[in-house]
Design a protein. Structure first.
Length: 310
């Protein structure tokens, strides 16, 4: 019996040792990544002190070009948008950046489905920030959005990082162009593609109209924390290919009310003259291509100048 217990004890000790060692390995891979998603995430979480940051979903990631901001305003800019996500990683990223240096301006791209409507399971969003769950703002979000056992699973280095190993290795050796977080799209819509997408594409922004009070509360926390930090936020909805109809105006009421509460500018540019309806500026119905993103970012420059903290 003693021999059996000793073997069990040695097994668990080995698991702990492997987990501790894996933590050092993951930290090394992350901190030494030079390219891609790993570099981008590490930069945002541990390095970013840029003057202007962009937060939001893929429409943030694809629609705002840091080089245009930098070249015109002379301010550093980084795109912290995350495809398929919204307020959950956005809030965590703001808090991690603000711990080092308060930005001079935050641009927040509003996507109702990800920011305050009931949509995907929280685990999808939390997975984007799981490796930083030992950081206070992220740990607090896991307490709010995670399940009852999550805090125990997060004690494991392997659990926090198990989805990142292959990506981490690739991002050490496979060069990619640095767009300062921006994810450019270079395709163009065609009439045939527009028709197919209209018939098959589900509008993720509006597939659920039920308010998720937890997500919405974190939008409010972001606005309140930024206000307390003295950091201005501009909320914007960038162009869509298809002009919006009156039926979906109500989908934006929650963000409009929060902007009023915190006295924040809200720019509704879904129907944008010179971009909306122009196939040459879109990759698909909901995302601008690189040409459209540069045109839209350039349009925003005079507005950004008005709100930047000097």
């Amino acid at each position: 019996m003693k021999k059996f217990l000793l073997k069990i004890g040695l097994f668990f000790l080995l698991v702990v040792v492997i987990d501790v060692v894996s933590g050092f390995v993951f930290d090394f891979l992350t901190s030494h990544a030079k390219y891609g998603e790993t570099y981008n995430n590490n930069y945002i979480a541990n390095i970013c002190t840029d003057d202007v940051i962009i937060l939001g979903s893929s429409r943030a990631d694809r629609h705002y070009v840091p080089s245009v901001v930098q070249d015109s305003l002379g301010l550093s800019c980084y795109n912290c948008g995350e495809p398929g996500c919204g307020i959950i990683p956005a809030y965590a990223r703001y808090k991690m950046i603000a711990e080092r240096k308060k930005p001079k301006l935050v641009i927040y791209e509003v996507t109702p489905g990800y920011d305050y409507f009931v949509a995907d399971d929280y685990s999808k969003y939390l997975g984007r920030i799981r490796q930083y769950s030992n950081r206070k703002p992220v740990a607090e979000m896991y307490e709010t959005f995670g399940d009852d056992m999550e805090h125990l699973r997060l004690l494991s280095n392997m659990y926090r990082n198990n989805s990142n190993v292959v990506q981490n290795l690739m991002d050490m050796v496979v060069p990619t162009k640095d767009y300062r977080g921006y994810g450019p799209l270079f395709g163009k819509l065609t009439e045939e593609a527009v028709q197919q997408k209209r018939e098959t594409q589900v509008d993720r922004d509006t597939k659920s109209h039920k308010i998720d009070s937890l997500k919405l509360s974190y939008v409010g926390k972001l606005f309140a924390d930024a206000k307390a930090d003295g950091v201005p936020i501009i909320c914007t909805v960038s162009p869509y290919y298809t002009p919006p109809t009156g039926d979906n105006e109500e989908y934006y009421f929650p963000i409009i009310e929060l902007c009023k509460k915190y006295d924040l500018p809200y720019l509704d540019n879904r129907d944008f003259d010179g971009i909306t309806g122009e196939m040459e500026f879109f990759q698909d119905l909901g995302h601008l291509n690189d040409g459209g993103a540069k045109k839209y970012t350039a349009y925003l420059l005079p507005i950004l100048r008005k709100y930047i903290n000097n």
